[in-house]
Write a protein that binds this ligand. Sequence first.
Ligand SMILES: [Zn+2]
Length: 85
Amino acid sequence: MKKIQIELIDIKCADCKKSILRMFKTKDSEDIFHLTVSCPFCEGESWSVELKGKHHQQTVEGTKIDDFITVDHENILIKVIKDAR
Ligand SMILES: [Zn+2]
């Protein structure tokens, strides 16, 4: 069995402190990007999080990803909204 080190980053809102998105590292690489996530629970957003390598994102319950916005070559904004189901 291949040993995989799971690196999980829990991104929280800077305003209401709720977890708004989780990022799993899927591959190591030299790529560094800065991620900001808008909060579905308030008008706020997370702090900018530095991530290295490739990641897979997982939404928290009751939310979904609305949009990926590439601000520039290393800054990404993910808009998370409430999943109205
Ligand atoms: Zn919030």
